[in-house]
Design a binder for this molecule. Sequence first.
Ligand SMILES: [Zn+2]
Ligand SMILES: [Zn+2]
Length: 224
Amino acid sequence: MNCYICQNSTEPDTTWATFLVTKSRLICDDCEQLLPTISGPTCPICMKPTHDAKKCPDCHKWSEHFTKDPLKRNISLYRYTPEMKSIMSRFKYRGDYEIIHAFESAIQSTYKTHFSDHQTIIPIPLHPSRQQQRLFNQAEAIVQKLYQPYHTNILARQDNAKQSKKSRYERITSLNPFTITENPPDKILLIDDIYTTGTTLRQAADLLTNYGAKSVESFTLIRS
Ligand SMILES: [Zn+2]
Ligand SMILES: [Zn+2]
């Protein structure tokens, strides 16, 4: 078995003790130690590391902007360190789909700890032309590691070409890149690869809430 991140062998030198507990491992010890799991106090809304576990200034701004923040809570697994950046660029831009296997057990256990199967899972859609360039949607690749049903027919990304034909007024009033193609269910869990400013997730959450969703949460692999 080779490590999904560095390709080195994940098998320890075989001794009687290791022989008895042999189990296929997806990442080697060195890579495991480099993975920057989020720990310590964080903002209760977006999971940004803070020193006092209070709502961060950005989330305060979101609440003011929307009156009520449409995104109830975000849970992320890792911080965006240089190592994580290079792993993500292999995954997103160089088409290294396989690398997602390295995160499978962490994705599953985080999902089980924080979310419930009453939530309808929706991966954030990529713009169709971008999906063609990248060959796969990274949010969907993460969702597939949950081995749970998920929906790609509720939320869609608007077509850029159509956007540019709109009048200036129409463009300003339709800055939200998403559209709703089916009535959303009550409880939604959005999945994406990274939470940076939280804008994309809130644009999706805002639209879903306007169309009747009661609660929208998100699960992202990385909190940058
Ligand atoms: Zn490795
Ligand atoms: Zn926050």
